[in-house]
Design a binder for this molecule. Structure first.
Ligand code: HEM
Length: 459
């Protein structure tokens, strides 16, 4: 459907190149937020040389792009973030069009709220088992790297429950390291998106090496699963092999590979990255830590965490929402306008790229009071209700809304509740690290902690 422009449209204001590039190179997270502040919620153009995407920050505009006119704003395969990453994920659940809709249709039933709720006890047990391994360093007072420990805990739970142990935990950890290398090595291409792929850039070689490692690890597993898919349970890889596309055919090996790689990345990396920020924030704010500990002690006590506890852990959920506000791991997801449109009074030409970033909207003072302060009370139910749906949109929205949202809240709550019901924590370097902007948002420094078992602490 053609989008007709009202009479009084205008051209977008532009943020000039001489301001955009140096600040992006200095501190990308800060620079992005400053562009947002400067836009005052209007649709503006960022001048990145030959590439000039529109920046969209206002919740009403985001709703139009992500949901109301989603058919006109497609996931940009040639945009900022997806083109570099497309070399890893290819066509499938993380692309758009027919490939995407076939994958989405096949994978969606695995992640419905009801199915995930049914998996709670299995996830809880797997997490409990993985957390047991922290007892030894806790008793010895030996510091642990929380990024690595969370990766181990998440991989143990996810590989058992969603991949039927077809991928071993050590293999999953190797893949995580490769994902880490990828997240970092694509940054030059994300920051200089107009550079042709044929022109070599820093990071390219590390990127290729990491993709090869992921393929070498996963391809034999993907191929072997094809043989057993019909009799297997509903792990992700078998489900992909058994799935039917709209015209009744099967996915080909390439797409099963692409979706397996995508699902390993999304089910692990996301939760780990977000939770790593919890520790510095609760160390910095003892009142928040105290409320969190009080809730978990009251609801869970010294029993293992179970399904019936989750609904009661309301403050824990607010803490997670506040972490997702400040550190939304999907920090940038570009869209391409198929046809011309008008957004907030600004003419959008067909074919142009739009930058949508929860990191920016979530930190703009127009939409949030004292946005830099970590304050889980923002998500107290009555305050959350009065806010625009797209003021807080860490999981996106519309047809591409994150498939794993329910899983995230459930799994993250289980992990936080299990850890905090068993240990008290002390940061080795008590400060909230800066943000390392890569394909994900990571702390600039490692988050190292010492743990104290709660039982002996109480004694
Ligand atoms: C901290 C947790 C997470 C955050 C912040 C997050 C964020 C997002 C966002 C913003 C999108 C939309 C991207 C776009 O519109 O272009 C997305 C899509 C997606 N997420 Fe997540 N995600 C998280 C966890 C997970 C988990 C645990 C899974 C596991 C199933 C997952 C699987 C996916 C998939 C498959 C898509 C693509 C959906 C589609 O295009 O149809 N995510 N996620």
């Amino acid at each position: 459907m053609p989008h007709t422009a009202p009479v009084h449209t205008r051209r977008a204001d532009a943020v000039p190149l001489r301001q955009v590039v140096p600040s992006l190179l200095r501190d990308p997270a800060q620079a992005l937020v400053e562009f947002g502040e400067r836009s005052r919620g209007e649709v503006v153009k960022l001048n990145l040389g030959s590439f000039r995407p529109y920046l969209v920050t206002r919740p009403e505009h985001l709703q139009q792009v992500l949901r109301e006119k989603a058919a006109n704003y497609v996931r940009a395969g040639d945009g900022l973030q997806w083109r570099p990453l497309k070399r890893l994920f290819g066509e499938g659940i993380l692309s758009d069009g027919e490939y995407w809709s076939n994958s989405r249709h096949i994978l969606q039933p695995l992640f419905t709220a009801r199915r995930i709720d049914n998996l709670v006890d299995r996830l809880a047990e797997a997490i409990e088992d993985a957390v047991d391994e922290l007892d030894a360093p806790a008793r010895a007072g030996q510091p642990v790297d929380m990024g690595t420990e969370q990766a181990r805990i998440v991989c143990s739970a996810i590989m058992r429950v969603f991949f039927a142990d077809k991928i071993s935990v050590p293999d999953a950890m190797k893949i995580m390291q490769a994902q880490d290398a990828i997240a970092w090595s694509v940054m030059p291409r994300i920051m200089v998106p107009w550079a042709p792929l044929a022109v070599p850039m820093p990071g390219d070689r590390a990127f290729r090496r990491a993709v090869r490692l992921i393929d070498d690890t996963l391809m034999p597993i993907v191929r072997a699963s094809r043989e057993t898919a019909e009799s297997d349970g509903d792990d992700i890889i078998s489900t992909l092999w058994r799935g039917r596309t709209e015209d009744g055919s099967r996915l080909d090996e390439r797409q099963v590979r692409n979706d397996t790689v995508a699902m390993v990345a999304t089910t692990t990396e996301t939760t780990i990255s977000v939770l790593t920020w919890l520790w510095p924030h609760i160390e910095q704010d003892p009142l928040i830590a105290e409320r969190l500990y009080e809730e978990i002690d009251r609801v869970v006590g010294d029993a293992p965490v179970r399904r019936e506890h989750l609904r009661e852990l309301r403050y824990t959920r607010q803490v997670l929402d506040e972490l997702l506000r400040l550190y939304p791991i999907g920090w940038l997801f570009p869209r391409r306008a198929v046809e011309a449109d008008v957004l907030g009074g600004v003419r959008i030409e067909a074919g142009s790229t739009l930058v949508v970033s929860p990191l920016i909207t979530h930190r703009m003072s127009m939409f949030w009071d004292r946005p830099e302060v970590f304050d889980p009370d923002r998500f107290a139910p009555e305050r959350a209700r009065s806010r625009h749906r797209y003021a807080h949109f860490p999981f996106g929205g519309g047809p591409h809304q994150c498939l794993g949202m329910h899983l995230f809240y459930l799994e993250a709550t289980l992990i936080v509740a299990t850890l905090l019901s068993r240990y008290r924590f002390r940061l080795q370097r008590p400060a909230v690290p800066g943000i390392k902007v890569a394909a994900a948002l990571r702390p600039l420094e490692r988050v190292e902690l010492t743990l104290r078992p709660v039982r002996s602490a109480a004694a």
